[in-house]
Design a binder for this molecule. Sequence first.
Ligand SMILES: [Zn+2]
Length: 90
Amino acid sequence: MTTTEIPCRFCSKNGGVIRHGYSPNGFQRFRCLDCQRTFQLDYCYEACKPGMKKRIVGMVAANYGIRKTGCYLKVACNTVLKNIKTSGKQ
Ligand SMILES: [Zn+2]
């Protein structure tokens, strides 16, 4: 078990992240020892990348349509709708 200097995606702590195998798509997965959550540095799907929820909500708030937002960010329309619905719960 070796720790790496990659900051955690969720709690932003350094030094407590270990390698946690590979995803089915071949990307290296990491696990944070503090918050016990797993993440990847790169994702195959655009919707899973960090900061995408904020971009979707920002574009819809700037009066872009759902279809145009999905087409521009390369995510599905249902992903845009789901992020809009869950953005108020945070
Ligand atoms: Zn963490």
